[in-house]
Design a protein around this ligand. Structure first.
Ligand code: SAH
Length: 489
């Protein structure tokens, strides 16, 4: 503790380029770890609390510095051996070197800190704690948890240190895998990946071999040449359907027929193949035209008792099993009554709406993307749900007193905004509505905390936080989903 007599912290003479030794204290934002040098904060990516490291300062600000990890001198107990050989170079899972339990602790801590520092909320005084993060249930769930992967083709291959050290002659002009962090043009040629499934990795290797054998050129991100751009694989958790989307620069019927024949012979598990054509410069798996080469062009997955149709570009939670647990928390927090009118704000394709519909009188979903609203309506119909209304539009314009008059006053608000959180005007409207229960689902604890602060300020602390539950949908990453229950104070 600082006493009035103690000298102010002297700032160490940390110059850019200086090499320093540090002991990391705790996890910080965006998956970095934090150390203090005479009270001055230094962030190091790739280090873990408890590590003693050697690092090199590359950024120097008034209140903090950032340093690049050079060497781990004494490893932390929280470290574990990463499973993937591409871990050091790949940006897919930055946290594989941290014990899973420690990852969950860190997410719980990050939520608490966001609420305290950004939200200005004293949780202890409020008598509420952040519950321990709900993690993947079995160890297999911490790998192979994604139902969708989007791999990229590139004419510029990024080589890992061990690939270079192997001394083998390597083809540097073809890669199929994931982008290295911060490089739009360079891709790691992944022979293995633990995010989706063994099968998915085998398919990636098969497609690469096929493409090379046929001399099909990968996309060159600087020259904008080449044919092959992306390979999207969807493997729903609860059905055996498998979707492959090949994104190409231009349509070539002959090539697609050859690819389709090969795919059906070598990967008969694939139920539908789609060829998306994207001749634009932007590196997205969307395109100007979509051809269904075989199959229905969609796959299905289940959440709880409901089946959802998933189109190639549709948004669907990528970790089905953990999304189901997230929705279980929503249901628990919402404490539904049979007569409840529920607003599901930022509803996407209506997965939450449909999951809760049979427990309440009516659900009104609001979503910006027209296509997602159409999906939501189709999903409701296919599941025989007839008490949901979906409205397309921008919350900022739509969510007005007139809207509330038309759809009636809600008992429960479920709010699941994008990373940026809610518009301040939307928070004001929420405050004005004074619903009996609010369940706020967020993929960004910082903006969630900011929105809560606004809500508390606007309602003169008219709401009380009753429960806080983080859920881990993205093991080995710093991404957090957090659910907060609010009731009138
Ligand atoms: N609740 C859904 C998806 C939430 S993701 C689920 O669990 O699957 C956030 C959603 O908010 C996205 O679908 C996005 O399109 C939508 N959105 C973003 N900005 C919006 C706005 N201004 N008005 C309405 N919806 C918006």
């Amino acid at each position: 503790m600082e006493t009035p007599n103690s000298a102010p912290p002297t700032r160490p003479r940390l110059k850019r380029g200086a090499e320093i030794e540090l002991t990391l204290e705790k996890f910080a934002d965006r998956g970095k770890s934090l150390a203090r040098l005479d009270g001055y904060v230094v962030f190091v990516a790739g280090a873990v609390p408890g590590d003693r490291v050697r690092a090199k300062v590359f950024k120097r600000k008034k209140s903090f510095a950032e340093a690049r990890l050079l060497e781990v001198l004494e490893p932390s107990d929280l470290r574990t051996e990463p499973r993937c050989e591409y871990f050091a170079a790949c940006g897919g899972c930055k946290w594989q070197h941290v014990e899973y339990e420690a990852q969950l602790d860190m997410k719980q801590q990050a939520v608490a800190e966001a609420l305290a520092h950004t939200g200005g909320l004293d949780l202890e005084a409020l008598g509420v704690e952040v519950r321990p993060t709900l993690g993947a249930e079995d160890t297999s769930g911490i790998y192979f948890y994604r139902n969708k992967m989007e791999f990229s083709f590139a004419a510029q291959r990024w080589l890992t240190d061990w690939e270079i050290a192997s001394g083998e002659t390597l083809d540097k002009t073809f890669a199929l895998g994931l982008h290295v962090p911060g490089r739009f043009d360079k891709v790691l040629d992944l022979k293995a990946c633990y995010l989706q499934s063994e099968w998915s990795a085998r398919l990636v290797n098969g497609v690469r071999a096929f493409a090379k054998e046929h001399g099909w050129e990968p996309w060159h991100a600087r020259n904008h040449t080449g044919f092959l751009r992306h390979l999207v694989i969807r493997t729903p958790a609860h059905t055996d359907e498998r979707m492959v989307v090949l994104v190409t620069n231009g349509y070539d019927a002959e090539r697609m027929a050859a690819f389709s024949d090969w795919l059906r012979a070598d990967f008969p598990e694939v139920t539908t193949l789609i060829n998306t054509v994207n001749t634009g410069v932007a590196q997205t798996a969307y395109g100007e035209a979509m051809h269904t080469v075989f199959g229905s062009g969609v796959v299905h997955d289940r959440m709880g008792d409901y089946t959802f149709e998933i189109a190639p570009n549709a948004f669907f939670q990528t970790n089905t099993k953990q999304a189901e647990r997230l929705y279980d928390v929503v249901v628990e927090f919402a404490d539904f009554k049979p007569d409840d009118l529920v607003y599901d704000l930022y509803c996407g394709a209506g997965t939450i709406s449909l999951t809760v519909a049979n427990q309440v009188k009516r659900v009104v979903g609001v979503e910006l993307i027209e296509e997602a609203v159409q999906n939501a309506r189709a999903n409701a119909e296919a599941n025989g749900v007839d008490n949901c209304t979906f409205v397309a539009g921008d919350m900022l314009e739509l969510f007005t007193p007139a809207f509330v008059e038309e759809h009636r006053h809600p008992d429960v608000l479920i709010i699941d905004p994008p990373r940026a959180g809610m518009h301040p005007k939307v928070v004001e409207q929420v405050a004005a509505l004074r619903p009996e229960r609010i369940v706020y689902v967020s993929c960004n604890p910082q903006t969630q905390a900011m929105d809560l602060k606004r809500l508390m300020d606007t309602t003169a602390a008219g709401y009380r936080i009753e429960a806080i539950q983080p859920v881990d949908l993205f093991p080995h990453t710093h991404h957090i989903e957090n659910v907060i229950k609010l009731v009138p104070a």
